[in-house]
Design a binder for this molecule. Structure first.
Ligand SMILES: [Zn+2]
Length: 91
């Protein structure tokens, strides 16, 4: 059955092409998020469980062809007990 075999080969080729494109796209431009590991206690309590709030510094970098376009640091708040993402109302 040469025809069926050919179709399968074509499908595999297409799949590989799509994967290569997705990879190339992610490689050429994309956004990176690196938690810098700096964690500190933040004031306030978790509204869900009353646990302590932890602030994590996250460095975000948007790049295009190795050119870093934008780099900024944001602070993410989360609960140390229930791991819920929290939003600061006082920024
Ligand atoms: Zn909580």
């Amino acid at each position: 059955m040469p025809r069926e075999l050919g179709e399968t080969e074509e499908k595999t080729k297409r799949k590989a092409m799509r994967l290569a494109w997705a990879w190339a796209w992610a490689w050429v431009c994309g956004a990176e998020e690196n938690p810098s590991g700096t964690q500190r206690a933040a004031p306030g309590r978790c509204p869900c469980c009353g646990g302590a709030v932890v602030a994590t510094e996250v460095e975000k970098a948007v790049r295009l062809c190795f050119l870093p376009l934008r780099r900024h640091t944001t602070t993410k708040f989360s609960c140390s007990q229930c791991d819920r993402r929290l939003v600061s109302l006082y920024q």
